[in-house]
Design a protein around this ligand. Structure first.
Ligand code: ADP
Ligand code: MG
Ligand code: ZN
Length: 475
């Protein structure tokens, strides 16, 4: 029997507000434990939460960017459970009436092309604190700096069918939230976290199968790997005629397996009820319109614009708009250059290659867009050739010097004096009569031999275009 995977993702994204969702404490990451706390976020008796308006604006922005409908009235509920990192004994969340619903994202994979993935809901909630376990001294400590930091939870419909699609959905969502500047997207710091729900059903069957929920997925790669493992595991169970049990599982990247964390019997009953300390949240049309007007260009729009404005291919535009930083780098590089396609090529090969080797992000690039643009301008105005450009780039990543300075110091200026090159070409043809004859008799492959000789003579600095013309003429 053939089985079809059914996957739905829940994403928690931390909103980029300066202060927490119900108090004025800072949301800054990495402060001394418990420095960012007050009676409200430590759950003291008698305090009252006050909703952060900026958090709501960010949630509306995220909802609009993911094609959701915004509810004019939503409510905050208490989700009750006990855990030492939750000082109030409940988390303020939205349950019955979330801020937004019924959205979708368009994703693209090689196997299935473009597909629409439904978004069930977006709701606002507060984050819990963090426990730090110290096994050496056999104790645990609690840090409440994160308690009360605003989150949105974005719940997808079970529309995803493969691990690759799950990866594409997450990358797209991550990219959008960064484009609209509501979340810093830092997965290591937990600003963007994902749980994956997976079940299998026989192909052709309408009803969903029993699902497991995977937690602890802290990178795009791990999400894809964990889902692939889970699909294999469930297929194996079903093929033996056994039943999958509904449970929460943890992914362990060290052995690329998932293991059971808790079963359904241990599932929480959260006893949700409306938080009596908070009035219903009313979002009127004027507010929505204002946020909509301020909405920046989204990845799909930017991709279309790159194609029409810079004549880039669909493929290049997709890569260059995959993150807001990369798109910005490209535009800043290309703005003063004639050849936009050349800028795109150099970014996608040389720059991304360097970042990849160094294992760093574009934000950490030692070469800025401004100096990268200067380098490409030197090639465009024929001060140096592409070959020398690579050498200059290498040096730029090490010494942070200006490309012009490097060209001067290393004497990399292109040799484009026609008569000088002509003498050289004549000389090389004279010294290699056999190759010249063979070329004339149709062995056109030898062209690169002659080109190589000229480059050798000029230590790679000859203007390849002029040399090509000269060689073609003379041969
Ligand atoms: P819970 O709050 O218990 O996690 P939800 O009903 O909110 O449950 O579902 C959470 C996620 O699980 C959603 O993304 C949804 O699309 C997905 N989901 C629900 N049922 C299934 C299923 N049978 N197989 C795969 N995913 C599912
Ligand atoms: Mg869940
Ligand atoms: Zn506080």
């Amino acid at each position: 029997m053939q089985f079809e995977p059914v996957i739905g993702l829940e994403v928690h994204a931390q909103l980029k507000t300066k202060t927490k969702i119900f108090c004025g404490c800072s949301t800054k990451f990495g402060e001394t434990p418990n420095a960012n706390t007050c009676p409200v976020c430590t759950g003291m008796p008698g305090v009252l939460p006050v909703l952060n308006k900026q958090a709501v604006t960010f949630a509306i922005r995220a909802a609009l960017a993911t094609n959701c409908k915004i509810n004019s009235e939503s409510r905050f509920d208490r989700k009750n459970y006990f855990y030492p990192d939750l000082p109030k004994g409940y988390q303020i969340s939205q349950y019955a009436a979330p801020i937004a619903e019924h959205g979708f994202l368009e994703i693209e994979t090689k196997a299935a092309g473009i597909r629409k993935i439904g978004i069930t809901r977006i709701h606002m909630e507060e984050d819990a604190g963090k426990l730090i376990h110290d096994p050496e001294r056999a104790r645990s400590m609690v840090d409440l700096n994160r308690t009360g930091v605003p989150l949105i939870e974005i719940v997808s419909e079970p529309d995803i069918r493969t691990a690759k699609e799950a990866g594409a959905y997450l990358r797209k969502l991550h990219s959008i939230l960064k484009y609209i500047d509501v979340c810093d997207g830092n997965m290591e710091e937990g600003s963007f976290r994902c749980d994956a729900n997976i079940s299998l059903r026989p192909v052709g069957q309408k009803e969903f199968g029993i699902r497991s929920e995977l937690k602890n997925l802290n990178s795009f790669k791990n999400v894809e790997k964990a889902i692939s493992y889970e699909i294999e595991r469930q297929t194996y169970i079903l093929e033996q005629g056994k039943k999958v049990i509904q449970e929460t599982r943890l992914y362990d990247p060290s052995n690329d397996k998932t293991h059971s964390m808790r079963g359904k019997e241990e599932a929480h009953d959260y006893r949700y009820f409306p938080d009596p300390d908070l009035v219903p949240l009313i979002v009127d049309e004027t507010w929505i319109e204002k946020v909509e007007k301020e909405l920046p260009e989204l990845p799909d729009e930017k991709r279309r614009r790159f194609i029409s404005q810079y004549q880039l291919s669909e493929y290049d535009a997709k890569i260059l708009t995959s993150s807001i930083e990369l798109a910005g780098f490209f535009e800043e590089t290309a703005v003063s250059l004639k050849d936009k396609k050349q800028a795109a090529n150099w970014i996608m090969t040389t720059l991304l290659g360097m970042l990849n080797t160094k294992g760093i992000s574009i934000a950490e690039s030692p070469v800025t867009a401004k100096s990268f643009s200067k380098l490409l301008f030197l090639i465009e105005n024929r001060t140096i050739n592409a070959n020398a450009g690579k050498t200059v780039f290498e040096e730029m990543t090490k010494s942070l010097k200006d490309p012009e300075t490097i060209v001067k110091e290393k004497g990399l200026e292109q040799v484009s004096d026609k008569s000088q090159l002509e003498t050289m070409v004549d000389d090389i043809i004279n010294k290699n009569p056999d190759e010249a004859d063979a070329y004339k008799n149709g062995k056109t492959k030898l062209f690169s031999f002659f080109m190589g000789q000229v480059m050798k003579k000029t230590r790679g600095k000859a203007d390849p275009e002029i040399v090509t013309l000269l060689l073609k003429n003379k041969l």
